[in-house]
Design a binder for this molecule. Sequence first.
Ligand SMILES: Nc1ncnc2c1ncn2[C@@H]1O[C@H](COP(=O)(O)OP(=O)(O)OP(=O)(O)O)[C@@H](O)[C@H]1O
Ligand SMILES: [Mg+2]
Length: 379
Amino acid sequence: MKNPFTLGLVSEDKFCNRRKEIKELKNYIKNSQNVVIYSPRRFGKTSLIKKVLKELKKENKNILPVYVDLFPVSSYRDLADLLSRAIISEVGKEINKSFIKKVKTLFKSVVPTFTIKPDGSFSISVSFSQNLETEIDTVLSDILQGFNSYINKNKLSAVLVLDEFQEITTLKESHKIEGIFRTNIQSHHNISYIFIGSRRRILLDMFTDKNRPFYKSSFLYELKKIPKEEFTVCIIKNFEKTKKECSPALAEKIYNLVEGYPYYVQKLSSVVWDLTNKRVSEKIISESINILINSEKADFENIWINLNNAEKAVLKTIAQHPNLQIYSKEFTKNSGLSIGGIQKAVKSLLTKDLIETKDKNYQITDPLMRLWLLKEFAG
Ligand SMILES: Nc1ncnc2c1ncn2[C@@H]1O[C@H](COP(=O)(O)OP(=O)(O)OP(=O)(O)O)[C@@H](O)[C@H]1O
Ligand SMILES: [Mg+2]
């Protein structure tokens, strides 16, 4: 039997619950509202939005869903390229007859080229009739306006998802790009823009800073963990489906050990599944959590070596003393840092999303990183 737990995008019967979120997001989209979806890494943002787009598309032929992953963006050209190609391929899907002709008139400054592959499918590449270095405004506005005109002309509505949107802040033209987006989206009444990101500070700063173009342009939507009652049911079912058994108490144990962090719930369940012959036991779970920590070790070490000493001291002290107030005397004593030193480290750890606020204090964002730190510094 194949391991039923997924570590990539989850879909179909692997997708656990999220009914409430699906309903809420569909409503925003149907009302052409703009939304920022944020959470730590690997909480299920991409899987969720892809499910929403799929369901919407099935329910309503007049909604055009466009999904763009901006993670690979390293230049303005990449942005224009990814965005225009995503729109063209979605619009192309909609039109059966003479779509090449129609797609060619979508934009003024983007020239698409299609290559038909031997299997009948096609790939799209684009070139630009404007000099991208000097004509940022023209090209990006043209892409956004061209899409909007197409939607309006054909009496459609659309949702444009920009995943890993915070990546545009790494481009040198980022302020200008934010401005162009803002100017355009506010006049697009039939398009819902969904901005997704896991670098929460960077993303939220874009939308909550009064001096930034996106200020008050979108609803802020925090994606939370999948509740315990729901996730444990999914875990138990996955074991059942593959002729193994996991009791509710042990499913809960799996969930609790990784504090319900979706990716780790799946990964820990996956390791447990591999080690289980017939029935999950406490012993298998303890063995599995160690295997899991070891498998993530290289990633944590990589993060660790890139931190300065103050950041390391703060992380270590939070891991070891989660209940200490961060600016208390004990914390300064344990970390060996001054209040000023702690403040500076906290600021940069928040930007890196390695810590997050909780009950007026701070905690380590990644529960497995905390377990790894405890193990490293034990004894
Ligand atoms: N609804 C769900 N049901 C079951 N598992 C889920 C669900 N959502 C997320 N997961 C688990 O979390 C993992 C990460 O999902 P996904 O890639 O969609 O998250 P993300 O928030 O987009 O991550 P990133 O921040 O890295 O882009 C999945 O591989 C899966 O293991
Ligand atoms: Mg994602």
